[in-house]
Design a protein around this ligand. Structure first.
Ligand code: BGC
Length: 253
């Protein structure tokens, strides 16, 4: 098991569940990235059936599947549920989706997955020191690396800003859209989030992923961190690639 380097990676998000077969030796996608909608409410039952629908679109012959999941994930079990149904808390993604797919499923936090692909194949490849990867989407996800090693489940979207609001509610893409904020207004808020992140961790590099990272040129001049801030070069596929890579590494052990 785990010898093949062609692994199905799945990225579970607040609005869509996306997957592709990935060559984990170079991070390249071997198939198109396919997608199903994330059901609402996003209960374990409804999401398992969406996961199966996505799986049916692939003729995947491998033994292992990697899943990036939008929650704290420890040993394959979801331990939080900010943007999915609370019934996920305490549910083993590995067991539930392992049974549904008859494959070995390795799950990790979605932002940790996306960060892993940047560290292995993308912009943070040669970076040592503290690298913080932030995904800006429905929530704010985070991945922290110290000399290339992941510190999992950092959840930097969930600390409280000085105004008492959670950082992801202060400056996610969802917040920007719901409050009709201009890029300037949103960037001012996001800059405040980065200031807190910097105060806490003094990172050497901050990488941005998720929807808002594609518009980096619109607001990069409005950010004032000491650390270098860059958009992740891998963009959309980062979570899928990282999930596949994680499964490969875990299956090898
Ligand atoms: C969740 C994180 C997730 C992030 C991005 C947050 O609300 O708590 O686990 O990584 O959203 O999906």
């Amino acid at each position: 098991m785990g010898k093949s380097k062609e692994i199905l990676g799945i990225d579970v998000g607040g609005s869509g569940i996306k997957g592709a077969i990935v060559d984990v030796s170079n991070g390249e996608l071997l198939t198109e990235r396919l997608r199903v909608d994330t059901p609402q409410p996003a209960t374990p039952k409804a999401m398992t059936s969406a996961f199966k629908d996505l799986l049916d679109k692939f003729n995947y012959k491998g033994d292992v599947i990697g899943v990036g999941f939008p929650a704290i994930v420890r040993r394959g079990v979801a331990l939080s549920a900010a943007n999915i149904h609370e019934d996920w808390i305490g549910t083993s993604i590995s067991k539930l989706w392992g049974k549904a797919s008859k494959k070995k499923v390795y799950a990790l936090n979605d932002a940790d997955a996306a960060g892993m692909s940047s560290v292995s194949f993308g912009r943070a490849k040669k970076e040592d020191g503290v690298v913080i990867f932030l995904t800006i989407g429905t929530g704010i996800g985070s991945a922290m690396f110290v000399d290339g090693t992941l510190v999992p489940n950092t959840e930097l979207g969930h600390f409280y800003m000085p105004n008492g609001v959670k950082s992801e509610h202060h400056a996610s893409s969802k917040t920007r859209k719901e409050n009709d904020l201009s890029w300037e207004e949103w960037a001012a808020r996001f800059d405040e989030v980065l200031a807190q992140v910097e105060r806490l961790f003094s990172p050497d590099l901050i990488l941005l992923g998720g929807g808002a990272s594609k518009k980096f040129d619109l607001y990069s001049h409005l950010l004032h961190t000491e650390a270098k801030v860059l958009p992740s070069a891998l963009m959309n596929e980062a979570g899928t690639v990282g999930a596949a890579l994680y499964a490969y590494q875990r299956a090898k052990k």
